[in-house]
Design a protein around this ligand. Structure first.
Ligand code: HAM
Length: 429
């Protein structure tokens, strides 16, 4: 039998919930405009190799979470598990480095990861992300983070905690890696299966493993900040100084390493205690080697992405609601004989940019009136046979029930003017 449920880990966003999505995107567009980011839309699938090279061969994403398939020509393609590699590829492919730098872009869209679904974790989820290429200044790191802070603040949210760390660069990280491996080696038999495997290839990941045994093992482990070279140390110091001067509350978490291989220097997360185990709402950092790993010249970069489903969970937990849906302008009531005339008026209203609806089910006047109420119409326009005969329509202002007789010929213009005044009055309130 046909399975009519959405695939596991995916959800339908129903018409009554879509208002959230419009709101989150509208506010994102305004903030990105104020911060000088432009939107980029990249394909939902990319060559598999792109993710292997960037997100990293040893990352969870590449080792077990990718939706990979062969197309008709035998190419290996992967539904994007994250946005950063595709945006980096587009930056290189379209030679954006040849334009004045930095290049600041943002994106909105679905990502796909084969993970065990739970609250705040889906197999198809949505991210809003920003990426900045071409600046290695710590102020660029601060700017991207503050763009995220501003976004949350415009949504009415102030409760997320911010963690930052620096994981160094290709110059200083090898020494740290060695120190960490030698510390963890002595405790290797207590590590979880994944971490035992990771130990040689990607020991930093042991630090953010959620398994209690691994947490115990890494307690007291050397921390990245003690191994930073002077440039990385200065970079992190400047980031902290800007965040301090902007009075952003954050904590330095020496165990924050993030799960993607491309990160260098700054890494950060914004978390919430209100949405259960999947508490990271935002994650990001600097990736100065990403473009080079794709064959380009060394180009620094920094960015973040947030999960929109998790953000909505946090907003809901704070009692924040999206702005109400725009109210219907006019509901046109007709009788069987006047339906066509009513429909032409409905269309004329819509062509004048007035939202208008009419009955399509042959309902009685009484139930049409109920429907006008249900839809929250500002005006009801009666176009019955009598109105057509006399050329005078009756208009009811739904708010207070006052009725006016208006010549049918000029009723569209009259309603458009009334609605403009109505909206201006509501804006004043
Ligand atoms: P990420 O930490 O893997 O980073 O994901 C960013 C955010 O996406 C997470 O904090 C979370 O809110 C959301 N997210 C991730 N996986 C899921 C899931 N299975 N279900 C629901 N939400 C999820 C990245 O993706 C990097 N590309 C971020 C970045 C941009 N770094 C630099 N630039």
């Amino acid at each position: 039998m046909l399975n009519t449920r959405a695939p596991r880990g995916t959800v339908d966003i129903l018409p009554h919930e879509v208002v959230w999505w419009h709101h989150l995107k509208n506010v994102a567009e305004q903030v990105c405009c104020d911060y000088g980011y432009q939107e980029i839309v990249t394909p939902l699938f990319e060559h598999t190799e792109l993710f292997v090279r960037t997100s990293g061969e040893t990352s969870d994403i590449v080792t077990r979470q990718m939706y990979t398939f062969s197309d008709g020509s035998g190419r290996s393609l992967t539904l994007r598990p994250e946005g950063t590699p595709g945006v980096g590829r587009a930056y290189l492919e379209h030679k954006m480095y040849a334009q004045p730098q930095p290049t600041k872009m943002y994106y909105f869209g679905p990502m796909f990861r084969y993970e065990r679904p739970q609250a705040g974790r889906q197999r198809q989820f949505h991210q809003f992300g920003v990426e900045v290429f071409g600046s290695d200044s710590a102020i660029a790191d601060a700017e991207t983070m503050l763009c995220g802070v501003e976004y949350l603040s415009r949504l009415g949210l102030r409760e997320l905690s911010v963690q930052v760390n620096s994981i160094g660069c290709t110059g200083c990280r090898p020494a740290y890696r060695e120190a960490l491996i030698s510390y963890l080696k002595d405790r290797a038999d207590t590590l979880c299966e994944d971490c035992s495997r990771r130990l040689a290839a990607n020991p930093l990941r042991v630090l953010d493993c959620k398994n209690d045994r691994c947490k115990d093992a890494s307690r007291g482990a050397p921390v990245t900040l003690d191994y930073l070279c002077s440039e990385c140390s200065e970079h992190f110091g400047q980031l902290r100084s800007v965040l301090d001067r902007r009075a952003i509350e954050y904590s330095v978490d020496p165990n924050l390493v993030r799960g993607l291989d491309y990160y260098t220097r700054t890494v950060f997360e914004f978390t919430s205690g209100k949405i259960g185990a999947q508490s990271a709402v935002f994650g990001g950092g600097r990736y100065d080697g990403l473009i080079e790993s794709l064959g380009g010249t060394r180009t620094p970069g920094v960015g973040w992405a947030l999960g929109l489903e998790r953000l909505i969970m946090v907003l809901r937990s704070e009692g924040i609601v999206p702005p109400p849906r725009k109210q219907l302008g006019v509901y046109i009531l007709t009788s069987g004989q006047s339906a066509e005339q009513g429909f032409l008026l409905t269309e004329e209203l819509r062509r004048s940019c007035v939202s208008a609806e009419m009955d399509l089910l042959g309902r009685s006047f009484k139930s049409q009136m109920k429907q006008a109420d249900r839809l929250g119409a500002k005006f009801a326009l009666f176009v019955g046979e009598d109105e057509i005969r006399t050329g005078q329509a009756t208009v009811r202002r739904m708010q207070d029930g006052t009725q006016t007789s208006v010549p049918l010929e000029g009723v569209v213009r009259w309603l458009a003017t009334q609605l403009t005044e109505h909206d201006a009055r509501s804006d004043d309130k």
